[in-house]
Ligand binder design. Structure first.
Ligand SMILES: Nc1nc2c(c(=O)[nH]1)N[C@H]1C(S)=C(S)[C@@H](COP(=O)(O)OP(=O)(O)OC[C@H]3O[C@@H](n4cnc5c(N)ncnc54)[C@H](O)[C@@H]3O)O[C@H]1N2
Ligand code: MOO
Length: 387
């Protein structure tokens, strides 16, 4: 059985070739850049006012108002000492402006401007190029396009951007005991929920599941189901049937479909019987059927691969250290991910940690990771993954 670190090395060590595509700025959120963005001009590209008020020339307590400049106006003024123009936030300031005085600090009588405070040279002027200079590198390839990144690219005048294509993903859930939510269940049956959770977590991270299906514990049907989906997917996610039971057919069905095993079983809890394989440029994760195992494996192992395939410069969820709100006795023999809640700058490990239970994950917002068993004192800073 391999360690979590070895699993991550295998996943992130896969040679993959993200495919660049061009998208409009409206569609670009959540993609990773496939190009370097450099600034096509100084930003801002002209000195402009940070306030509604008056652009004044020279240091004085009174000025003669000689005009008005609105935001967007190209009007030129050649201000002389003792002169002022009415100006608005974002409007281009005349070249020899000493400072912009906010209107709350002024009084106007006809064409005369009285300034309350002393005029601080250069104040309230946003200088040309003080955010970005012409030719400066703004974003590198692999940069994640957050709303702020989209805004910045728009402010540079670009309406399309080259990004990496997202992988085509399909999901197969397996198990005779499973019926879809909404139907009446019989004795021994349970509702199929993993594919719903997986579909939702894909969307949370900007991916989508193109198709999903459920297949009974029937070797031939599982083998055919895998074959049908694998041809059309970059990543195939399976849930259940990957352990050692007599009806766990997924591993053999993958092998018979020519999927090469990259690893099977990771020394972790939950999610030990995780399978990762590859056929050409297509990847397969067979996730353990227990609901918490399946989602934990997604966060820790599947998501980094999806991000890598999408061209991310730094795949994987961020880990932070947060003080534990209470003492915790970790009795797990395997490195463990515990459902937890970060609140008020501390983290609480929740009750109901079994791999078969998803309630605690639903009430929490994070996973706390412990490598070793033992008592962890209150206040100790513990590795926490926000999900
Ligand atoms: N003899 C052993 N038995 C088990 C081992 C082992 O090492 N030796 N490992 C256990 C661990 S750990 C896990 S995790 C599970 C994983 O088993 P499978 O991946 O084969 O999953 P199933 O047996 O199909 O299901 C497990 C559990 O989860 C429920 N389930 C499955 N699919 C769904 C779904 N789509 N939605 C909701 N719930 C689902 C299923 O009914 C079972 O209760 O194996 C242990 N056994
Ligand atoms: O490793 Mo299994 O995922 O504990 O339940």
């Amino acid at each position: 059985m391999i360690s979590i670190e070895q699993a991550s090395e295998i996943i992130l060590g896969q040679d993959t070739e993200p495919v660049p595509i061009e998208v409009s700025l409206e569609e670009a959120r959540g993609y990773y850049l496939a190009e370097e963005i450099t600034s096509p001009f100084d930003l801002p590209s002209f000195d402009n006012s940070a306030m509604d008020g008056y652009a004044v020339c020279g240091e004085s307590s009174t000025y003669r108002i000689v005009g008005e400049i609105q935001a967007g106006s190209g009007d030129e003024y050649d201000l002389q000492p003792g002169e002022a123009v009415r100006i608005f936030t974002g409007a281009r300031v005349p070249p020899n402006t000493t400072s912009v005085v906010m209107q709350e600090k002024t009084r106007v009588d006809g064409a005369v401007l009285y300034v309350d405070d002393s005029v601080d040279k250069g104040s309230n002027i946003r200088r040309r190029g003080n955010e970005l200079s012409l030719g400066e590198r703004v974003f590198s390839p692999g940069h994640y396009l957050s709303p702020a990144s989209i805004g910045q690219i728009g402010s540079l005048g670009m309406d399309t951007v080259r990004v990496y294509r997202k992988p085509d993903i399909r999901i197969i859930s397996t198990g005779d005991e499973l019926i879809p939510p909404g139907r009446k269940k019989k004795e021994g049956q349970i509702y199929e929920s993993n594919s719903y959770a997986l579909n939702a977590v894909l969307e949370q991270y900007g991916f989508s599941c193109l198709e999903r299906t459920h297949i009974r514990d029937d070797f031939k049907a599982i083998k055919e189901g895998i074959s049908g989906y694998l041809d059309r997917s970059d990543v195939l996610l399976l849930s259940g049937g990957i352990s050692v039971g007599d009806y766990d057919f997924v591993k053999q069905a993958l092998e018979e479909n020519g999927v090469e095993e990259l690893f099977y079983k990771v020394y972790q809890k939950p999610g030990k019987p995780l399978f990762f394989g590859r056929k050409g440029d297509k990847f397969v994760f067979a996730l353990p059927g227990n609901p918490a195992s399946s989602l934990t494996c997604f966060y820790i192992h599947v998501l980094p691969l999806l991000q890598k395939l999408s061209g991310a410069e730094d795949p994987g969820l961020q880990r932070i250290l947060i003080p534990l709100k209470h003492t915790f006795d970790n009795r797990s023999d395997r490195p463990i991910f515990l459902k937890a809640k970060v609140e008020d700058q501390t983290v609480t490990i929740l009750n109901r940690q079994s791999s078969s239970m998803i309630q605690s994950m639903a009430m929490g917002n994070s996973l706390v990771f412990f490598e070793e068993p033992g008592k962890v004192p209150k206040g100790e800073r513990v590795t926490t993954i926000l999900i």
